[in-house]
Design a protein around this ligand. Structure first.
Ligand code: AMP
Length: 280
């Protein structure tokens, strides 16, 4: 495994590699969810292709300075996890290597990124699109893999690739959960023991509400189940169309019930699919 800290050194390493090149963009602090993406990348790349993992805590996608400062960065164990999971190349640039002080171009998606995390985290998806496009260009990857856990991010990136004719095929991989249902996240390590014990209520609330039969019941059911904890504070709870991510007022099309919940300053996201309610 080779580790590059600049785009030019990564390109030099990749010069002699065969295809396909499969990229897994991450911010590090690996858990089994990340490892599942690396394993999927290895399957897609096969023995001839290359798996590239980027580890970059992207400052321009953080809206809260404390969240950026507190984001875990266990680089030694992350590199060991990459090695153990068949990764060929790791790209770990510094913020200075990625962003010039007078940079003046940003990628903006204007529809799918408006609701949910985009509404409560101003500029977040501009930061995501900009860094992901840069990583695609630096690595010249053929394929990139993203987790379904961040389903809005996945939808926004698919839209960017479609609208800008980016020659990268996007694969997705299912959410990996703790045994109690909590979606694995690098931020879970920052929960206090009391908050960690309470946090599975998010997924439970979403899955139970998904069985209700009207948008109003689904939203009020999920809200009540989360808000009955004095520890949890809802950032947003929304029912959106699964394709357009616009607010859904009926169940006639596939939709998604999505939530972001704060435990102190730790913000967790999760979502469930809501089945279509066909009129009988
Ligand atoms: P992050 O390091 O949080 O930016 O995540 C890097 C990639 O891992 C993104 O594509 C995420 O969607 C994905 N990911 C994060 N958590 C999980 C999880 N629990 N299951 C599957 N994929 C995940």
């Amino acid at each position: 495994m080779q580790v590059a800290t600049t785009g030019s050194s990564l390109r030099e390493f990749l010069r002699k590699s065969g295809g396909p090149r499969v990229l897994v963009p991450t911010m590090g602090a690996f858990h089994p969810g990340h490892l599942s993406l690396m394993q999927r990348a290895r399957e897609i790349a096969g023995t001839q292709g290359s798996v590239i993992v980027s580890i970059f805590v992207n400052p321009i996608q953080f809206d809260r300075p404390n969240d950026l400062a507190a984001y875990p960065r266990p680089i030694d164990s992350d590199l060991a996890a990459c090695e153990a999971n068949g990764v060929d190349f790791v790209f770990t640039p510094s913020p200075e290597a990625m962003y010039l002080p007078d940079r003046s171009i940003t990628v903006t998606e204007n529809l799918l990124s408006r609701n949910l995390c985009g509404a409560t985290r101003p500029g977040h998806f501009d930061g995501v699109c900009t860094v992901v496009l840069k990583l695609f260009l630096i690595s010249a990857c053929d394929v990139a893999i993203f987790g379904e856990k961040d389903f809005q991010q996945l939808a926004v990136i698919r839209r960017m690739v479609r609208d800008l004719d980016v020659p990268v095929e996007i694969f997705s991989s299912p959410t990996v959960r703790e045994p109690d249902g909590l979606a694995m996240s690098s931020r879970n390590a920052r929960l206090s023991p009391e908050h960690r014990a309470d946090a599975p209520r998010i997924y439970q609330a979403l899955t139970r509400a998904a069985g209700l039969t009207s948008p109003a019941d689904i939203l009020s059911g999920a809200r009540a189940a989360i808000e009955c904890s004095p520890l949890a504070r809802i950032d947003y709870l929304s029912l959106v169309d699964a394709e357009t991510l616009q607010l859904a007022s009926t169940l006639r099309r596939p939709s998604v019930l999505a939530a972001a919940v704060f435990y102190d300053d730790v913000r967790l996201i999760d979502h469930v699919a809501i089945p279509v309610d066909f009129p009988s």
